[in-house]
Design a protein around this ligand. Structure first.
Ligand code: DHB
Length: 543
């Protein structure tokens, strides 16, 4: 960044706060100041965006192409934030639009708005920044690629399960706060559609990975649903629509109250597991017992799982045995899954009903098998060697079968049963559904029934508001027109059945869904930016 220009611009607007940490120069342009206070002396932030103030002009390079853009940072997007930093967003606008220019056939009126969230592990999400280094060390990240293609980027920070209010007292980011914030950010953009220098608020595309993928799916499925209204009012969100155009969801950790069953339908019989390093740290940070006596690292700041850092979050090398109780509940959960799947009446593209018998076999299982077969076949067709995947059967250069019984041992289990709603309330999800005093809660009937101690159940409305399945096809919410859902073929943070069920339910409700399980991908996102942007271009430019 050009420091001189930055300081000058900031001084002109009178909104510069500077601090020195050692030799490091840190400056923050505070775009939104409280404009007044209410009767209880609480700050009120303006919902009116002012494009004339508090920006910097920046440039970065993508594939040798210089990308110039204007950056507005730390824009508070609600009138009554619980945590100002966590309810602010960054808005980046390609410079060409300030001269009425065109990029990639888009004008300032037609430029789509790319809206990535940085949520992982149900932790607070930071506002994304354009970067020349992508998450996978292979070129620009999604925000910078978006700018290079003429998209406006609106990147909100979002409250998460460890967010404490600006009052320093209560936990203000427990469920359903993250979806309330994402909606509020959409409403802020719509409220300012005539004040924003560029961007078509009817072409908002969300993007997220893992818990952030779940969030992106929720935003895409719950447009304008009235159930969220009291929460939006409480934080002073703009009174606008919050439906979006399209939703991109990488490995969504979603449908949490049914994810335990799906996990055991897949992994029952594998009785050892390898946790992710972020889980060990998360448990240690929260003073929880770490299974297998593994060392967590107490005292480290809470950190979201680094789903994007590599193909897979780093896994512990230590194999941990499931307890007798965990093995017993695995069977209970596995046996409960068919009734859930059958209740959904899902159909494939040909209209065949996808069901399971009491042993967990049937057309739904064949459908899942087909997804893995397609993934392996595509890899083979691209010339990749799939022979190390013992569960894939190849004959004469064709994938002829996938052994779903052999898959779980090969992929390995990451989570003991129950995978999500832990009997001792130790999971990230128990924390996400926790109380304002940080007490974790249950969210699924089976775990609650099994639990002999004191764990409370989250209230049913909160559980409802966290699951996109409750809003698809019921006519009471506006669903995004387009979805792109990815879940890697070796991802075992949740079972493939979970994103598959989401994709099928959307497809059965006449939504355009692009769902795929990429070969050799673990729990990660943004690993296929050329394809992601091809998809975005195709839906934005369709006549
Ligand atoms: C994430 C991963 C998990 O395995 C989980 O249970 C919750 C969140 C994540 O990477 O965001």
């Amino acid at each position: 960044m050009n420091l001189k220009k930055f300081v000058l611009c900031s001084l002109l607007t009178g909104a510069l706060s500077v601090s020195f940490t050692g030799n490091a120069y840190m400056a923050e342009a505070v775009s939104a100041a409280a404009i007044s206070t209410d009767s209880e002396n609480q700050a009120i932030y303006s919902l009116d965006f002012d494009a004339s103030k508090n920006y910097t002009e920046e440039s970065k390079t993508v594939n040798g192409q210089v990308v110039n853009y204007r950056a507005y940072r730390n824009v508070v997007y609600v009138a009554h934030p619980k945590n100002k930093g966590a309810q602010s967003m960054n808005i980046f606008i390609p410079a060409a639009y300030f001269d009425n220019g065109k990029i990639n056939d888009y004008t300032k009126e037609t430029a789509p708005i790319f809206m990535p969230n940085g949520v992982g592990g149900y932790m607070p999400g930071e506002a994304e920044e354009p970067s020349e280094k992508g998450h996978h060390g292979d070129g620009a990240n999604a925000a910078l690629v978006a700018l290079s293609k003429g998209y406006v980027v609106a990147a909100p920070a979002i409250r998460g399960r460890t967010t404490i209010g600006d009052d320093g007292k209560t936990y203000v980011g427990k469920a359903p706060a993250f979806i309330v914030d994402y909606k509020a950010a959409v409403r802020y953009l719509r409220h300012n559609k005539n004040r924003l220098p560029a961007g078509d608020t009817e072409k908002i595309i969300s993007n997220g990975t893992s818990a952030g993928g779940a969030l992106s799916a929720l935003l895409g499925t719950t447009g304008n649903a009235k159930e969220y209204e009291p929460y939006l009012k409480e934080i002073g969100a703009a009174e606008e629509r919050d439906d979006i155009f399209a939703s991109s969801d990488y490995c969504p950790i979603t449908n949490l109250e049914h994810a335990d069953m799906a996990y055991e339908w897949m992994f029952n019989g594998v009785n050892t597991y390898y946790m992710a390093m972020w889980q060990l740290q998360d448990l240690a940070n929260r003073g929880m017992n770490v299974p297998g006596g593994q060392a967590g690292k107490p005292g480290l700041p809470p950190k979201a799982p680094d789903a994007n850092a590599a193909n897979n979050p780093t896994a512990s090398k230590q194999e941990v045995q499931m307890t007798k109780e965990e093995i017993a509940i695995s069977k209970v959960l596995k046996d409960a899954f068919p009734a859930y799947v059958n209740s959904l009446q899902l159909k494939d593209k040909q209209g065949n009903l996808l069901t399971l018998d009491k042993d967990g076999n049937g057309s739904f299982r064949d459908y899942i098998k087909g997804k893995y077969m397609q993934s392996a076949q595509d890899a083979l067709s691209r010339g990749l060697d799939v022979s190390s995947a013992s569960w894939v059967k190849v004959k004469n250069g064709q994938v002829v079968d996938v052994d779903l019984d052999a898959y779980p041992a090969a992929a390995t289990r990451m989570k003991a049963a129950p995978a999500f709603d832990k009997l001792n309330l130790s999971s990230a999800e128990n924390d996400e559904f926790g109380a304002k005093d940080n007490t974790p809660k249950h969210f699924s009937a089976i775990s609650k029934q099994y639990e002999s101690k004191t764990g409370e159940m989250a209230d049913s409305e909160t559980i409802k508001l966290m699951n996109p399945m409750n809003f698809i096809g019921n006519g009471k919410a506006v669903t995004a027109k387009h979805f792109r859902i990815r879940h890697g073929a070796i991802d075992r943070d949740t079972a493939l059945a979970i994103p598959a069920i989401l994709a099928l339910k959307l497809q059965n409700s006449d939504v355009d869904v692009n769902f795929y399980s990429p070969w050799n991908r673990g729990h990660a996102g943004d690993y296929d930016l050329p394809e992601l942007f091809n998809w975005m271009e195709s839906i934005c430019k369709a006549k």
